[in-house]
Ligand binder design. Structure first.
Ligand code: PAF
Length: 565
């Protein structure tokens, strides 16, 4: 029987105490976190800190480390390093609401999911509770938690809104709950795209306008905000013609602004489109001279939610946000791939405006490469990191990337530049370029954005048929299989093999590589990992039919018992 001690006597601490006791643990506590904590890690196998997120680090520091005790926190969005200096540490986040100790205890024993990371022994707790493990890329932990809060907490707010409006029509909450249950069942059985019904899915603006007219001011503002969520969803997923684009988006924005009176959002700002390098250069120099921070988001267009997250982050962190859209011929080693690359400029300009970009730079190929198609006089070559993986499979690709990025940096000047981690090797190349050439650019890597089923967002996904799209999911599954092998100490070679096997299971998928590198140096990991807490990156590339896709996730490896992974 294992001894477990719990600090934190709130809802989560009590729920875990009850559930763990029921599955045979000897439970000590829960103790209030204002008790004397210094010796709490001695004389127990596991110590759970069920304290508020903001107190985890401080609580962990006030406890003497014990080399044998596994120290665990229960937070969804807090890094595992908050548990330093304890040598054996792990995160165990219950992916379910624990609204009170009794409901919480039953739920913990109901076969629910838990997101774990860190010392692998934490998986035993999940196993003993009869739960299921979710694997989350460490760099995506905060987004994982945000998604959970949307599905659980924001749903409560939506139902409260529906209840308030329903009450005005004499409708009781039970009727609305039944409706919500039917909808959740539909989402479960047919996915979000097909589960969306009602006027928004049909583009029926008249009915929506009648709803808006009938609602009071407070409910109308909430309805409009919800409508914007539907617009985002239909634009990216359903693509309902005539709604969610152009007129539809503007109609909602205007209504939203009206309902907020003089609201802070400036929907009248038209994004500035610039096509000449020298014009952009001067414009940004001017802004910088008044102390403004420039945010640069280089893209090749065909924008999707992944690009959206880069623009939105730049918007939060910078005064002037510039998105560049240029399908760079120099980085395509395959002509057919260049011809097939999706080009959706009109949509992209709307997309940039909606996400708050100030300037979109859309140069012609002659602007970037005078004399094109003659080869450019100067090409930038970054050595080392470009020789393997993407570099080996796409000869010349990174020379094209480094050349165009160097030009974009020269035009933008001192700035923060935002890149998606889906192209993880590209970030390593750009970082090296900045370091070697002493460029005044801060490279900001941003987590990969995935579809609900795990497929990494990519402009190339538009070229996948429904059947190919299904096969493409094998890349993400391969990464999860690799991660699982590593977390169970199976060794690097076994993990790489597991990734290849997972992709090869799918008909029409031609594997190009499955590799594991150190996250910071991008050097491939040998068969044995050295240091505890090492951050590594699992990367895959494959052709799905004639569409080439890449994906990767990050993993942090911790010491477990006697072996090292
Ligand atoms: O990541 C991309 O879309 C491109 O490689 C980039 C950085 C815009 C250069 O063309």
């Amino acid at each position: 029987m294992k001894n477990i001690r719990i600090i934190g006597a709130g809802r989560a601490g009590k729920a875990f105490a009850g559930a763990l006791q029921e599955v045979g643990y000897r439970v000590d506590g829960p103790y209030s976190h204002s008790s004397d904590l210094r010796e709490m890690s001695h004389g127990t196998d596991i110590l759970i800190l069920a304290v508020p997120d903001r107190s985890i680090a401080e609580t962990a520091k006030s406890i003497e480390p014990d080399p044998d005790t596994l120290v665990v926190h229960l937070s969804g969005a807090t890094d595992i390093d908050a548990l330093l200096p304890h040598p054996r540490r792990a995160v165990l986040h219950p992916f379910a609401p624990l609204p009170d100790p009794v409901v919480g205890k039953d739920r913990l024993l109901s076969g629910m999911r838990f997101a774990v990371s860190g010392d692998i022994a934490v998986s035993d707790i999940v196993h003993d509770l009869g739960g299921r493990i979710i694997h989350i890329d460490d760099s995506a932990r905060v987004l994982y938690h945000a998604a959970g809060c949307i599905a659980a907490n924001h749903l409560v707010a939506l139902m409260s809104h529906a209840g308030r409006v329903g009450a005005l029509a004499g409708l009781d909450m039970d009727a609305l709950l039944d409706l919500a249950r039917f909808t959740l069942d539909d989402i479960h059985s047919m996915g979000v795209q097909d589960a969306l019904t009602g006027p928004a899915s049909r583009g029926d603006k008249d009915t929506i306008a009648r709803h808006l007219a009938a609602l009071n001011e407070q409910d109308r503002a909430a309805y409009l905000a919800e409508l914007q969520l539907i617009e985002q969803m239909t634009r990216h997923v359903l693509q309902v013609p005539g709604f969610g684009h152009g007129e539809g988006v503007r109609a909602t924005d205007i209504l939203l602004q009206e309902s907020r009176g003089t609201g802070s959002r400036d929907t009248s700002r038209d994004v500035e489109v610039v096509d000449q390098a020298v014009v952009l250069q001067r414009r940004l120099e001017e802004s910088r001279s008044t102390g403004m921070q420039i945010g640069l988001v280089p893209t090749m267009g065909a924008l999707h939610a992944g690009h959206g997250s880069l623009i939105e982050r730049a918007r939060r962190e910078c005064d002037v946000v510039v998105v560049t859209i240029f399908v760079n011929p120099l980085q395509f080693n395959d002509h057919a791939d260049l011809d097939r690359y999706p080009r959706t400029l009109e949509e992209d300009l709307n997309f940039c405006q909606e996400r708050g970009a100030d300037i979109v730079f859309v140069p012609s190929v002659e602007e970037m490469y005078p004399g094109y198609p003659a080869p450019p006089g100067s090409v930038v070559h970054v050595s080392g990191v470009t020789e393997i993986l993407e570099g080996a499979f796409r000869p010349g690709h990174f020379d094209g990337v480094a050349t165009v990025v160097a030009k974009l940096f020269a035009i933008a000047g001192r700035c923060k530049a935002y890149f998606g981690e889906k192209d993880y090797q590209q970030i390593a190349v750009v970082r090296e370029l900045v370091r070697e050439m002493l460029l005044p650019v801060e490279v900001v890597p941003c987590p990969t954005v995935r579809e609900a089923d795990g497929l990494a967002m990519s402009s190339r996904n538009r070229n996948l048929s429904p059947k190919m799209r299904k096969a493409a999911l094998s890349l993400y599954r391969a990464l999860l299989a690799g991660e699982k092998a590593i977390c169970s100490s199976a060794g690097i070679d076994v993990a790489k093999k597991a990734m290849v096997v997972e992709m090869e299971k799918e008909e029409g998928v031609l594997v190009e590589y499955a590799e594991i590198v150190y996250a910071d140096s991008f050097v491939p990991v040998g068969n044995k990992l050295g240091n505890d807490g090492e951050r590594i990156r699992l990367l895959v590339a494959a052709k799905v039919g004639d569409v080439r896709l890449i994906d990767n996730i990050g993993v942090q490896c911790y010491h477990r018992g006697t072996g090292r992974i």
